[in-house]
Design a binder for this molecule. Structure first.
Ligand code: MRU
Length: 355
């Protein structure tokens, strides 16, 4: 079993520190929105669905300690918490989905009662409502990973040799993962001959996290460097690529970890299917195409240093886009908790979304 990624236990939320994996199991505690946003930004936890659950718990724990004395104060403090959390990372839609969902609960609670004088009993009631909603978001995430794994494992053929990129496993969700969940479910059905995890420079989510998860699930697997993918596809009979997603535009263009787009091009060239597994809160119907998705640009240190070791000369300029956009035309199917979207186009995405 993968250790719990987030534990809501007031006065704290505890997050498994993924920066230390696979070498050390250690939890970072946060007690408000600011600390939770910092944990998200600093990659204590990561992966789109988990970021959403973490932000929900960050909003809830913050509310507990706001101790407002008026409706106005409550409104101001909860809006402040929502804003801080939403500024932590820009690309994963799950974060915005979770925070907006909780803040909407707060707003309708206030609107229904604001003609009456503020009372601490109301505040206690709101805390319960918000905490329940945060737990609900987490439970929905767990349930979707099970559903996606089911649908996705049916999609994979017997003797599958797959590549996955970044970490779209249990560590990226509160459940069994998206892309890696599909691989482990297919493995349990005896369909996985071999799985390759690409190391995922510069943050090594593949080597540190996915490799660790695949080994624990006893999936026959090997770790490759990102630049080995084409050769491995050509020489090792890779017959599917499966990844997660951080945000999917209405037309199916998909933002995922930097390097995903190159793998999709390789899949097209080698005529193998390219699958994306992602829950519904990843789909952004407000954005027509991937061009509108904001790509997070992270700091240069993560590229120049490996842990504390400098690996590039002082003074070198660095680019560090953390995600890229894979056009819908390169995606064979999107696996959601509501079923398979194939072919990937606006119409099919909308139908799946509304199911
Ligand atoms: O920067 P990260 O580690 O948060 O990026 C994570 C990814 O890109 C994952 O592939 C994505 O969130 C899908 S997770 C189920």
């Amino acid at each position: 079993m993968i250790p719990k990624r987030a534990i809501y236990k007031p006065p704290f939320v505890k997050f498994l520190d993924q920066r230390l994996l696979p070498n050390k199991i250690f939890y970072v505690k946060t007690k408000n929105a600011r600390q939770t946003a910092k944990a998200i930004k600093d990659m204590v936890l990561r992966g789109a669905p988990l970021i959403g659950c973490a932000a929900a718990y960050g909003y809830a724990i913050d509310l507990r300690f706001q101790k407002p004395r008026s409706w106005n104060k409550l409104l101001k403090q909860t809006k402040g918490a929502a804003d801080i959390l939403k500024k932590s990372r820009p690309t994963a839609l799950a974060l915005f989905y979770a925070v907006d969902r909780l803040h909407k609960k707060t707003l309708s609670f206030i609107n229904e009662r604001k003609t009456r004088p503020f009372d601490l009993k109301f505040y206690a009631k709101l805390i319960k409502i918000v905490e329940n909603e945060a737990h609900k978001i987490t439970q929905e995430d767990i349930n979707s990973t099970i559903a996606m794994s089911n649908y996705g494992s049916k999609l994979l053929k017997k003797n599958s040799v797959v590549i996955t990129h970044c970490n779209a496993g249990s560590l990226a969700t509160m459940g069994m993962g998206t892309a890696v969940g599909v691989i482990t479910a297919a493995h349990k059905k005896g369909k996985i001959k071999y799985a390759y995890a690409s190391e995922t420079r510069p943050y090594f989510q593949g080597s540190r996290l996915t490799a660790w998860e695949l080994l624990r699930e006893k999936v026959p697997c090997a770790l490759i460097c990102d630049n080995m993918a084409a050769h491995i596809i050509k020489t090792c009979k890779v017959n599917a690529i499966i990844v997660g997603a951080d945000r999917i535009a209405a037309n199916g263009d998909t933002a995922n970890k930097i390097g995903t787009y190159s793998l999709a091009i390789l899949a097209k060239y080698h005529k193998i299917p390219f699958f994306v597994a992602a829950p519904i809160p990843t789909i952004d119907l407000n954005l027509k195409t991937g061009k509108e998705i904001e790509i997070e640009e992270r700091g240069e240190k993560e590229v120049i240093f490996i842990k504390t070791k400098r690996i590039a000369p002082k003074g070198i300029k660095v680019r560090h886009p953390a995600f890229d956009i894979t056009p819908a035309s390169l995606i064979t199917a999107i696996i959601t908790e509501k079923g398979i979207i194939k072919p990937v186009n606006s119409k099919n995405i909308l139908t799946n979304f509304k199911k």
